[in-house]
Ligand binder design. Structure first.
Ligand code: KIV
Length: 299
């Protein structure tokens, strides 16, 4: 005799069957900019596979970043420098499938990896096309100055772009380590100039990583049509991003100061709390402004 629960069970963490049309409105670029305009915090989280992407989407994360941090998190590399475009394409496709399968609403951003946009604007377009065709809604690239022309070239061709300033992990060797950026007057002025150039070039989101809270607060006010997304940049950015594994307490090394372990904070009732609840707690904490706390998670 077959047990009916066994008959209906699906193995290997299978995603639920494709559901009926989404009850929540899909996140779009105009919607993100509206949120920014009315001061609602934007929540971003990394995900690298279908299941985590579906869970993050269900927990209310608006932007899923297929970050090249997957090089460290999934591939065991010592930095993001070794991540290839093919690897980014593969993980972008996995995340997209996870989100679509559950009629998800999240906006999917995919990182252009090291060496795939540096040579020319045309190379950047070819690389961005690979990620967009894998399901990304937007691509992210690191750095300021020379990148402004590349951003304009992509935006003019219909590719939404998220820029990334401050600690830019792809240039960690040139920066001399994972350090706070924009601390001196000169470096703060340069970072500000780059941010304005990127906004003028058409970038609509800007990740600020390990930037003093006061500087990112100023930039957030100054940039009227580009929403800042902070990671180690204080509480006054338009939104926040964390690496999924860090906020779940799965970083086996030392967590950076800006990380809060949302998994560790859940009340310990076995079977009742888990990853979805930890992500929901992160979403709520960003929305209500209790994360990040400038006295704990910022410089
Ligand atoms: O690759 C990544 O996950 C990122 C975040 C740290 C912003 O770029």
């Amino acid at each position: 005799m077959t047990d009916s629960t066994t008959q209906n069970a699906s193995p290997y963490g299978t995603l639920p069957p494709a559901s009926s049309p989404a009850t929540r409105k899909p996140v779009s670029l105009p919607r993100l900019l509206e949120m920014h305009a009315r001061g609602e915090k934007i929540v971003m989280l990394t995900a690298y596979d279908a299941t985590f992407a579906a869970v993050a989407d269900a927990a209310g994360v608006e932007c899923i970043l297929v970050g090249d941090s997957l090089g460290m998190v999934c591939q065991g590399l010592s930095s993001t420098v070794g991540v290839s475009l093919e690897t980014m394409r593969y993980h972008t496709e996995c995340v997209t499938r996870g989100v679509r399968r559950v009629q998800g609403t999240a906006w999917i951003i995919s990182d252009l990896p090291f060496g795939t946009y540096h040579e020319s604007k045309e190379q950047a377009l070819r690389s961005a096309a690979v990620l967009m065709q894998a399901g990304a809604h937007m691509v992210k690239l690191e750095g300021g100055g020379w990148t402004a022309d590349t951003v304009r070239f992509l935006v003019d061709r219909g590719i939404p772009v998220c820029a990334h300033l401050g600690l830019t992990p792809q240039t960690v060797h040139a920066l001399g380590g994972y350090r706070v950026q924009g601390k001196s007057e000169a470096s703060a002025a340069l970072l500000k100039r780059h941010a304005h150039e990127l906004q003028d070039a058409g970038a609509t989101l800007l990740v600020l990583e390990m930037v003093p809270a006061a500087l990112s607060a100023e930039l957030t006010t100054e940039l009227s049509h580009c929403a800042t997304i902070g990671i180690g940049a204080g509480k006054d950015t338009a939104g926040q991003v964390l690496v999924l594994h860090d906020m779940l307490g799965l970083n086996l090394g030392k967590n950076p100061k800006f990380v809060r372990n949302f998994m560790a904070e859940l009340p310990g009732i076995p079977g009742q709390h888990g990853i979805k609840e930890a992500i929901t707690a992160y979403v709520q904490a960003v929305k209500n402004g209790s994360f990040p706390d400038n006295t704990l998670h910022a410089w």
